[in-house]
Write a protein that binds this ligand. Structure first.
Ligand code: RI2
Length: 332
């Protein structure tokens, strides 16, 4: 059962599962985008942040009306709608905050609109640029002949692996299935399409395969001020197995997945999704409970480095970068 310092959140709506989408053009209304994030048509910590930011940009672009007070109220509702879609990845919160930053100081709807559209474009551009930088930096940690393990479907980890391969390094990759959503199938498809020697493993094969793995690369949903990693359920098992086998464990992440809220003591909420993702009706007796947490926490001591657009960071240096990027607004 969950440890006492983890808060479990249940999604409120029905969930459509097992369709494994990995790309979806956004351009939707705020409600449509929030729904696509909730049902995981749009997924991945970086992608949901850009989708949320773009939806707010579209909200501003299509806003009718000239009453600035009304605009601020509607903007807040739109931001809250996006934020309510998934609770764990702080990328969504940081993306939304970046997009609406300064809008409350504007005195006309036109000025606020322009600011939000510009912020949204800047956020999406800098997010994609950060991904390129992380790929370039991370690829240096991969040597010719390396056997790599990755978990779930992280565009950041995949970017690093693909960049190393593009540079001509001969690598092999083991990718976990990542039950229950099986995002690992997206990963193996993406790696195989790039021409990389790829093997799919079930989640419980991690410890066996770790024996001949050279390095582990995973993504992040949230990184705390203590340098702890919150990522797809099962990540901590990879980290423990890697530690036992003396295999370096790297997390590839943009710094907007760092959570400034954790400086002030906030606990990262861990999403729990519907039972139907794990079992079908009739699979098990009705008296059996099902626990389906989506993410877990890996303590800093199991993480060799965070590979970010600001460079390769130790977990202990996350706090300093967090203060630099987000400041610290203590809640009194
Ligand atoms: P990128 C995913 O969450 C996985 O936990 C993955 O490691 C993380 O987002 C980061 O993804 P989910 O949306 O930003 O599948 O690296 O629950 O693509």
């Amino acid at each position: 059962m969950p440890a006492s310092d983890i808060r479990i959140i249940q999604p409120s709506s029905d969930i459509h599962i097992f369709n494994l989408p990995h790309y979806c053009p956004v351009n939707g209304t705020v409600d449509e985008t929030a729904q696509k994030i909730r049902d995981m048509t749009i997924r991945g910590a970086g992608r949901i942040a850009r989708a949320g930011s773009e939806a707010l940009g579209d909200f501003a672009r299509s806003y009718k009306g000239n009453d600035i007070d009304r605009f601020r109220e509607d903007l807040k509702k739109a931001a809250d709608t996006i934020l309510s879609s998934r609770p764990t990845a702080v990328s969504l919160l940081n993306g939304v905050n970046y997009t609406i930053k300064g809008a409350d100081r504007e005195e006309s709807v036109d000025a606020a609109r322009e600011l939000i559209i510009r912020n949204s474009e800047l956020f999406c551009e800098s997010s994609l640029k950060a991904a390129e930088t992380v790929a370039r930096i991370g690829a240096k940690r991969i040597a010719d002949g390396d056997v790599i393990m990755t978990h779930c479907n992280s565009s950041m980890a995949i970017g690093v692996i693909k960049e190393a391969f593009r540079q001509g390094k001969d690598i092999r990759v083991y990718a976990t299935e990542s039950r229950p959503w099986r995002q690992g199938l997206i990963t193996v498809r993406q790696l195989a399409e790039a021409g990389i020697d790829t093997t799919l493993i079930i989640d419980s094969a991690v410890r066996t395969v770790m024996e001949w793995t050279d390095k582990v690369f995973v993504g992040a949903d949230t990184v705390t001020s203590q340098g702890y990693l919150v990522n797809k359920i099962g990540t901590s098992q990879l980290a423990l197995s890697a530690d036992e086998a003396r295999v370096p464990f790297y997390c590839c992440t943009e710094t907007y997945k760092f959570s400034p809220l954790t400086i002030d003591g906030d606990i990262v909420p861990i999403e729990e999704r519907d039972v139907s993702e794990v079992v079908s009706p009739g699979d098990i007796p009705g008296s059996v409970k099902v626990f389906n947490p989506v993410f877990d926490t890996t303590p800093a001591k199991y993480i060799d480095a965070y590979i970010t657009e600001e460079g390769v960071l130790s977990p202990g240096s996350v706090y300093g970068i967090m203060i630099e990027k987000f400041g610290y607004n203590r809640k009194e």
